[in-house]
Design a protein around this ligand. Structure first.
Ligand code: F0G
Length: 458
């Protein structure tokens, strides 16, 4: 008999979870204006809101916290992190920031101006927000397969080169400050980008003399998928694969709260000295001096260790295969999910799950509400609420995908938790035909409204 899979770690510290009743959860949800971001964490049993900053650190990371150097300038922890970033990414220049969107803010302040266009593969909402806030446009050039949850494609995060070249041809070079490719592509379902595609994008960018940046929040998971799915990479290490894709771009931004395996942090790394100099000024203004940029010394030390741990195969296997375990249980129940499964999350296809709820009534939002009521599980809507209104027309952007994301924190929950999620969803799925109505927006912000929106039940 083949031995079953077992995690390559054991548990040293545990944290209490709180159970509640459906009646309690219905009341809490009402008080939260039907927005899961407004719940207290004790009101949640299994928290799949995000995999960002919610994972468990290792004993080696905690040990590094103790020897963190909190010097304002030139801290030892900064030097350790800078050396690690250079070894893993190959980029010469490095600026720490307090998280991913801060890295975007600093870099985009240096590079993006009104009227610009920034092509990429389904930009994350903060990325798009930082582009649109500067009166520029994010143009989605993801391959069409990404928008059909039932179609199998090993690299659904890939860029459609024809779509991208069209953008290059339609705008003068001066209006395209850079291309940003997100690995893995969160907004397309945690889907990876192939090495071949990164290289083709890089070649196209070079032809038009446009810099290429990688939004690398989940770069290690992307490298794992390349190793598992792309011919020629099966015998390379994760670190070799990562170095290879970074070498095909001019730089990166990262939210270290994902594949940095820390609770807070981010950075920019790049090769162009002029861009580095410009970004340095904004880093000092917005984040802090360039040798801490919004992070504690101890956090920089933990991040240095985290980057090394996240780029080890054994860790990544336990990580990505846990997501696949949950995904497979759902598929076995007939529940419609994005396939292949993403690297950090399972995405429920609300268009197929609850087509009985009108699209204008935010059906993915409604499904997320139900999941919380029935099981105390907190997911997040990746649909029309998150998509904000079109800045030009003011209309809601109902795209072809209405998803509920169940993001799984790293090294945090066991497969018993995955089973609990799967069975809760099966029970909802069995009664799905009874769902007729969703929600309407009562109050919203102009940009990134999903964090604070107040909803009403219809
Ligand atoms: N880029 C990607 C691909 C992301 O997924 C995120 C954050 C960011 C940038 C911004 O980083 O949160 O550190 O400022 N994603 C989180 C999520 C919030 O839940 O997917 P941040």
């Amino acid at each position: 008999m083949d031995l079953p899979y077992a995690e390559p770690y054991k548990i040293k510290v545990v944290e209490q979870l709180y159970r509640s009743t459906q009646e309690q959860r219905k009341q809490w949800l009402k008080e939260a204006h039907y927005n899961l971001f407004n719940l207290k964490s004790e009101q949640v049993f299994i928290d799949c809101l995000t995999d960002s900053g919610t994972g468990a650190m290792s004993d080696r990371q905690w040990a590094e916290m103790m020897i963190g150097d909190e010097s304002y300038a030139g801290s030892r922890s900064f030097v350790k992190l800078k050396e690690t970033v250079e070894r893993i990414t190959g980029y010469k220049y490095f600026l720490p920031t307090h998280q991913g969107r801060a890295a975007e803010n600093v870099l985009f302040s240096a590079l993006v101006k009104a009227g610009d266009v920034v092509p990429g593969n389904s930009h994350f909402d903060t990325t798009k927000g930082h582009i649109e806030f500067r009166k520029a446009h994010a143009i989605d050039c993801t391959i069409d397969e990404a928008f059909d949850t039932g179609v199998y494609h090993p690299f659904k995060g890939n860029v459609d080169l024809k779509k991208m070249e069209k953008v290059f041809q339609a705008h003068p070079k001066a209006q395209i400050p850079f291309v940003i490719v997100t690995i893995t592509c969160n907004s397309a379902g945690g889907q990876p980008v192939s090495m071949a595609n990164i290289k083709e994008v890089s070649t196209l960018c070079k032809k038009y003399e446009i810099p290429l940046f990688l939004d690398s929040a989940r770069f290690a998971e992307n490298a794992y998928f390349i190793k598992k799915r792309e011919v020629g990479y099966e015998n390379k290490t994760i670190k070799e694969i990562a170095k290879e894709f970074f070498s095909n771009a001019d730089g990166m931004t990262i939210s270290a709260k994902k594949d940095g395996l820390v609770n807070m942090g981010g950075f920019i790394a790049l090769n162009d000295e002029e861009v580095f100099k410009k970004a340095t000024v904004f880093n000092i203004m917005y984040e802090g001096f360039i040798t801490y940029g919004g992070m504690n010394g101890r956090d920089m030390g933990a991040l240095a260790v985290g980057l090394d741990e996240a780029t080890e195969f054994d860790y990544l296997e336990s990580r990505v295969e846990q997501i696949a375990y949950l995904g497979q249980r759902l598929v076995d129940f007939g529940i419609p999910v994005q396939q292949p499964f993403g690297g950090h999350a399972i995405f429920l296809d609300a268009n197929k799950f609850v087509p009985t709820i009108p699209q204008e009534e935010f059906r993915a939002w409604a499904l997320a509400m139900e999941l919380y009521i029935v099981g105390g599980i907190r997911g997040v809507e990746i649909g029309a609420v998150l998509a904000d209104r079109d800045p030009d027309t003011g209309k809601n952007r109902f795209s072809s995908l209405e998803l509920v994301r169940l993001a799984i924190p790293r090294r945090t929950y066991t497969n018993n938790h995955m089973d609990y999620i799967a069975v809760t969803l099966k029970n909802i799925f069995d009664t799905r035909h009874e769902a007729k109505h969703g929600y309407r927006i009562a109050d919203e912000a102009q940009i990134m409204r999903h964090f604070t929106v107040k909803m009403e039940k219809i």
